[in-house]
Write a protein that binds this ligand. Sequence first.
Ligand SMILES: [Zn+2]
Length: 138
Amino acid sequence: MARVPVAEGVFTWPSDDPQLIGSRCSACGIVTFPAQDSCPRCASTEMAERLLPRRGRLWAWTTQEFPPPSPPYSGAVGDAFVPFGVGYVELPDEVKVETRLTTANGLRIGMDMELVLVPFRTDDAGNEVVTFAFRPVG
Ligand SMILES: [Zn+2]
């Protein structure tokens, strides 16, 4: 089965050590994720691609106990749905990333987290679609 990314331009692909693709404003220095064409702070259009650190700290989280509305959600539903964590991971000196978490258990504010790619669904062509998530380190 082939693996394909859930979307282009979200994370480096293919990669053994994937990184999220953000953007940095050349005028004021703010970092965004996902990448944006104009700065949300100063409206500059001088945005440069920036690969984000793979590790950060859990800033806030909750658990998703039921399938989100579809669309945009396109993952498992019904008996196949498994609750998962969602939250914000703060990347050092960069940006807070809204992200899926690999687990809904044992999460603590401030814990070290690492970027991973996880299976999300199988598309109509039989490819395994992968998305990004953060998992607790250690
Ligand atoms: Zn700016």
